[in-house]
Design a protein around this ligand. Structure first.
Ligand SMILES: [Zn+2]
Length: 59
């Protein structure tokens, strides 16, 4: 079985893990109602996209 010859050092392990951080999902504020919404999606709160109502508003 192939096995590592020796253990990697802590700095080397840290350099590998420096790429592992997650970032927050992108969002923007709806220009119609001001609620957070996903970019390039109709607002889930008021149903607006590009300045007009495109889907039924929730509730
Ligand atoms: Zn909205």
């Amino acid at each position: 079985m192939p096995n590592p010859k020796r253990r990697h050092s802590p700095p080397r392990r840290g350099k590998r893990r420096s790429h592992h951080a997650l970032d927050l999902p992108a969002f923007s504020l709806c220009p119609n109602c001001g609620n957070p919404k996903m970019p390039h999606r109709a607002c889930p709160h008021c149903g607006w996209y590009r300045g007009r109502q495109v889907i039924e508003a929730e509730e």
